[in-house]
Ligand binder design. Structure first.
Ligand SMILES: C[S@@+](CC[C@H](N)C(=O)[O-])C[C@H]1O[C@@H](n2cnc3c(N)ncnc32)[C@H](O)[C@@H]1O
Length: 415
């Protein structure tokens, strides 16, 4: 047996492969699973020890917008020869006739391509005797999770991840759950009510925001800018009690259509009971709501649709209007909230190539109203893993080709 093989005490170590906006994805995981026993964090993965084996990793993953795969570690070894040996042994054990496997290397920096190529070749050679064997990788890149899922590698234990730790050891894991990309796409593109003009949250981001607000609890969540209802849909699927409102009648009609469609196609209980109504968020009052919410999760007005970054004068006008709506809504929401309420909110920023323009005085104004910006990571965790939010305490979600980016905050009432 190799020196670094795990004994049974360590078998509950899991690798979470993070999405593109890895800080946001890590923040979501910390909110849902806690920051304790996290042993490694990089721009691609988070590693955490659990007291027990995860009972239903696919159900856990389906509720996480920011994690692409969950892989269970089966070995910790000292060098790449040992990696090769444990991977071959593992695949032999899981072999059932023709073998298809994939290798994903994480945190390998500049040696990534050469290490991947060598490992693929050597693992394949090591398996030759037992019959046909094929790897899904191109020799120079990790396999896309959608491809690994389509080939059902997670069910066969043949989607292998190797993570190089900071102290030069290797964790070797096999996927036990892979993101169900078809379900996200169905909820995003097949719902009947869509409004690309106002902007719709990607369902994954809506999940992340709800998880940042609720953690592992089932809550009452209110979205006062519900638009066509992405937050309402994702919250209902996660088992929360959702309420939504919007100033636009069309938005409310779309939300209702989408919730009814969701109830027909997914398990969310009696959708007809969800309170969805027309209301200006800056004028919301307790009496408008059937029940007091625990938390607010919303994406505010993003400004008028734009195809390129507005000129400074227009930007100033847009920002003024957006800021007035945000401040008005937070003022009106204050009496509805309690000391433990989280307000997880997306606000827009503009991008012009590499330059980003944020709502400048927003945080100061919100503090004057009696709110604080809550940390998205515990202080100790930030220190240990040297991970930081923006100076304003937010995280961003954008792509280089987008003009309007999203900035995510968690606000709480000052105590
Ligand atoms: C970016 S959209 C929200 C989209 C939503 N997250 C979704 O995925 O469908 C912003 C929404 O804010 C609404 N809105 C703008 N001003 C508002 C106000 N004062 N009160 C309530 N809703 C408002 C708009 O009608 C629009 O539906």
């Amino acid at each position: 047996m190799l020196s670094g093989y795990f004994n049974s005490l360590h078998m509950n170590k899991y690798i979470f492969v993070l999405g593109r906006k890895w800080k946001l994805c890590a923040a979501e995981l910390i909110a849902v699973l806690g920051a304790d026993n996290v042993t490694d964090l990089s721009q691609e993965i988070l590693v955490k020890d659990f007291a027990h084996e995860l009972e239903d990793p696919q159900a856990l993953l389906d509720g996480l917008g920011g994690t692409i795969k969950i892989a269970q570690v089966f070995a910790k070894v000292n060098n790449l020869d040992e990696v090769q040996k444990v991977v071959v042994d593992h695949l032999k054990e899981n072999r059932d006739g023709k073998l298809i496997f994939a290798l994903g290397l994480y945190n390998f920096a500049h040696t990534y391509k050469i290490d991947l190529r060598n490992l693929l070749k050597n693992v394949k050679n090591g398996l030759r005797d037992g019959g046909k064997v094929r790897f899904l990788n191109s020799p120079t890149s990790n396999v896309k999770s959608a491809v690994a899922r389509m080939e059902k590698l997670d069910l066969n234990g043949t989607d292998i991840s190797v993570f190089r730790t900071e102290n030069g050891k290797y964790l070797v894991a096999h996927s036990v759950a892979i993101q169900d990309f078809k379900q996200y796409s169905l909820r995003d593109y097949d719902r009947p009510g869509r409004d690309a003009k106002s902007g719709m949250l990607p369902p994954k981001l809506a999940q992340i925001m709800i998880n940042l607000a609720c953690g592992s609890e089932k809550c009452k969540v209110y979205d006062p800018f519900c638009g066509s209802g992405t937050v309402l849909m994702e919250g209902a699927l996660l088992g929360h009690k959702m309420t939504g409102s919007d100033i636009s009648e069309k938005a409310i009609i779309d939300s209702r259509k989408n919730i009814d469609w969701l109830a027909e196609n997914f398990e969310i209980g009696d959708a007809s009971k969800m309170q969805i109504f027309v209301k200006d968020a800056t004028r919301i009052e307790s009496k408008d709501l059937d029940e007091k919410p625990d938390h607010i999760v919303c994406e505010t007005y993003l400004g008028p649709p734009v195809s390129k970054c507005p000129l400074p004068k227009t930007m100033e006008i847009d920002f003024k209007e957006i800021q007035a709506i945000i401040i008005g809504a937070l003022r009106a929401l204050k009496p509805i909230l309690n000391a433990k309420s989280n307000v997880v909110m997306v606000v827009p920023f503009y991008r012009d190539g590499g330059k980003r323009y944020f709502l400048e005085n927003l945080v100061e104004k919100i503090k004057e109203l009696g709110y604080d910006v809550a940390d998205l990571f515990p202080e100790e965790f930030e220190k240990t893993f040297e991970i930081t939010c923006t100076r304003r305490g937010s995280l961003t979600y954008d792509r280089t080709d987008q003009t309007v980016g999203r900035e995510i905050f968690r606000f709480v009432l000052k105590n």
